[in-house]
Design a protein around this ligand. Structure first.
Ligand SMILES: Nc1nc2c(ncn2[C@@H]2O[C@H](COP(=O)(O)OP(=O)(O)OP(=O)(O)O)[C@@H](O)[C@H]2O)c(=O)[nH]1
Ligand SMILES: [Mg+2]
Length: 217
């Protein structure tokens, strides 16, 4: 897999939409900026609502060995972690094909909130088990680390999520994590391509007086 420069051309095989979510301050914007522009921004300018960045990549399927590479146009949606934007940001979950669920390795609260974010995803994503990667960011701040790798891995295993530690400061695993998610999304697409549509979330059954509504977020 390799990168290519963004061009105004619309020549690509697939438009893939990813969305980053997690508490405010965990580093979503800085991570995406490092991925698209190769730079670290030390300033904290909390995202207002929603934003997006774009990048072109080439995806080479692992099998068969001489498979045709695909030109991918990646759209990376960056959501605000602040609670006051929640109804706006969750409205964008439905259009995303893969999710970067991020917490800050130096923040206990951001780690505890991962469960809540997963509930939001179950409610608002295009299906109940979308492709999600769990990202522990700010790995460069080893002295301030609160969440051990073992603890994060345990949570990831509990929810069957791949786990990766990143640093938007040093760029450690930034590209690798996006590639990891792309690999999963493309494999899912290849599996569902025969059905000619991406799996669509079924409308929930109408709640009855004796049953709770299926989505309580
Ligand atoms: N040392 C270090 N600082 C980071 C890293 N990632 C982000 N930061 C800093 O953390 C602060 C918050 O980063 P943002 O990317 O703005 O956080 P966010 O998750 O987008 O926050 P919201 O937009 O409010 O949801 C900024 O000052 C960043 O420079 C990292 O990997 N290492
Ligand atoms: Mg932000």
């Amino acid at each position: 897999m390799g990168d290519s420069m963004i061009t105004p051309s619309i020549e690509y095989d697939y438009l893939i939409k990813f969305l980053a979510l997690g508490d405010s301050g965990v580093g979503k914007t800085t991570f995406l900026y490092q991925y698209t522009d190769g730079q670290f921004n030390p300033k904290f300018i909390s995202t207002v609502g929603i934003d997006f960045r774009e990048k072109r990549v080439v995806y080479r399927p692992k099998t068969p060995p001489n498979a045709k590479p695909y030109r991918i146009h990646l759209q990376l949606w960056d959501t605000a972690g602040q609670e006051r934007f929640r109804s706006l940001t969750t409205a964008f979950f439905r259009d995303a094909m893969g999710f970067i669920l991020m917490f800050d390795l130096t923040s206990e609260q951001s780690f505890l909130n991962v469960r809540n974010w997963l509930t939001q995803l179950q409610c608002h994503a295009y299906c109940e088990d979308p492709d999600v990667i769990l990202v522990g960011n700010k790995a460069d701040r080893e002295d301030a680390r609160i969440i051990s790798q073992a603890r994060a891995k345990e949570l990831a295993d509990k929810y069957s999520l791949p786990y990766i530690e990143t640093s938007a400061f040093t760029a450690q695993n930034v590209k690798e994590s996006i590639e990891m998610l792309l690999e999963r999304v493309m494999s899912r697409m290849e599996k569902t391509i025969d059905k000619s549509i991406f799996p669509v979330r079924q409308p929930p059954p109408a709640p009855t007086t004796t049953e709770e509504a299926p989505c309580a977020c």
